[in-house]
Design a protein around this ligand. Structure first.
Ligand SMILES: [Zn+2]
Length: 459
């Protein structure tokens, strides 16, 4: 099989920084060999510093189009719950074509900032009137088509959404586009798996929207049935994002959401709990011990006023985590990691929190979690530059003002902690260059489609 040999003057491998690095990539996009101190003869010499692409572990693509549209005060205190009303009103009008146009634009933006894969927590499933599309996975196929246009690696998670609140309360009218019963959802999963099975760019998993949205028996049925289909597939759930949710869960069950989940569901390393913002120290320790990944989305959590993740407890228990952009008020892994670190600094009045008490780079500590936790949560092998991983590679421009003169881990620190401009120059996903010199070859068409949709929605 034909291979491509890439050559970088400097690369951050899973084993650390190396120079004169040759990376052999198979035709289907896997890293097959890495040699340091190599010659560039016969290789494609790539400018810039090679670092792994960052996996984005949590996205609701359609929300990209409403970023900035929920930022007005009102006479009532504005919270996550009032934001959710606006989000529901916004999605009332979206067609499958709209979702594909929005997702395509989003994915190009994610790539440009250094995300090479995305995990799509996909709950916008039904027709505008709540009926099923003729093809029940119409919306899921639109997401995959957008991913294919942009060339981003994708884990698609059809979402179980059954109820409006704890105690199996019937869904509200504005939730009609999300609702599916467990067997329909399993049918969605099977048909999406069929259409992606041979393509290493894609993986299909399961999401449970939240403990509010799925009664225990539905949750158990979905999880055990999914395990029959895919024993190691990723399973994601929103949990403990809001204090109201915590209080309602306690009123319903006597337990807090993370506590309830860990007691009643077989959570393991194939799980990803999104947010997990409101945990006691005991819950944080137990969640870390489960091996699951926590999906942190710091800019969305800040935007929605969710609260601050108990990083000290969770990191102290060596918990796995990664980052996502969720509602896409940011599209940059750097913005997410920086706000994660800064939130903790503000709360604790200390510096260099992710580095812990060791003399090491904070940027490297943050990125290593984002790479490995993001890969684990996606169920795809995209956790770093090493043999057997996907060839998801960024080249950072060493002549960019953010990076000029930097060496070693200073490169990672300066990438995160030196402003808004991105030094990401070239982006490879699964062995194919999708961003060259900051540009995507289809960016104009993709933007024009997006602009048409946004102009129509604004009327
Ligand atoms: Zn979310």
């Amino acid at each position: 099989m034909a291979m491509t040999d890439l050559f970088f003057n400097s690369a951050f491998l899973s084993s650390g920084w190396q120079t004169s690095v040759r990376i052999a990539v198979s035709e289907d996009g896997w890293i097959q060999a890495i040699t340091s101190g190599a010659s560039s003869a016969g290789c494609e010499s790539v400018p810039g510093i090679a670092v792994p692409g960052v996996p984005n572990l949590h996205s609701h693509a359609f929300q990209r189009a409403m970023a900035g549209l929920a930022e007005r005060g009102s006479s009532n205190t504005d919270t996550f719950w009032s934001w959710r009303e606006r989000m529901y009103a916004f999605l009332e009008r979206l067609s499958p074509e709209d979702v594909e146009a929005i997702a395509s634009q989003l994915y190009v933006e994610l790539l440009r900032h250094g995300f090479t894969s995305v995990t799509e927590f996909h709950y916008l499933r039904n027709h505008i009137d709540g009926s099923r599309y003729e093809d029940p996975v119409e919306m899921g196929r639109r997401i995959l088509s957008a991913a294919n246009q942009a060339g981003i690696g994708t884990t698609l998670l059809p979402v179980l959404y059954r109820s409006s609140d704890f105690g199996n309360k019937p869904p509200a009218p504005e939730q009609k586009r999300f609702v599916a019963d467990v067997d329909d959802l399993l049918g969605d999963l099977a048909s999406l798996q069929d259409s992606t099975a041979k393509n290493p760019q894609y993986r299909i998993g399961l999401a449970i929207h939240s403990l509010r949205a799925a009664a225990p028996e539905d949750l158990a049925h979905a999880v055990s049935s999914f395990r029959d289909i895919d024993n190691e597939g990723p399973i994601h759930i929103h949990v403990a994002e809001q204090t109201r949710e915590v209080n309602d869960c306690v009123a319903w069950s006597g337990g807090r959401p993370v506590e309830w989940l860990l007691t009643n569901v077989p959570v393991d390393k194939h799980w990803c709990t999104i947010h997990a913002t409101h945990m006691t120290a005991e819950e944080a320790t137990a969640l870390a011990a489960s091996g699951a990944v926590v999906g942190l989305c710091p800019t969305t959590e800040a935007n929605l006023g969710d609260g601050l993740f108990p990083f000290e407890d969770y990191a102290g228990a060596e918990g796995n985590w990664g980052v996502g952009t969720d509602s896409h008020v940011s599209v940059s892994p750097i913005a997410e990691l920086r706000l994660l670190e800064y939130g903790q600094r503000i709360a604790r009045q200390e510096r260099n929190i992710a580095a812990g008490t060791q003399d090491r780079s904070t940027g490297r500590a943050l990125l290593e979690h984002a790479w490995t936790g993001g890969s684990q949560a996606s169920g795809r092998s995209t956790g770093g530059l090493e043999v057997g991983q996907r060839a998801d590679i960024l080249s950072l421009n060493e002549n960019h003002p953010v990076l000029v003169g930097r060496t070693g881990d200073e490169i990672l620190d300066s990438w995160i902690f030196s402003g808004e401009d991105t030094p990401v120059q070239n982006v490879m996903v699964g062995g194919k260059w999708v961003i060259r010199d900051g540009h995507h070859e289809r960016e104009e068409d993709i933007f024009n489609n997006y602009a048409t949709v946004l102009r129509r929605l604004s009327t």
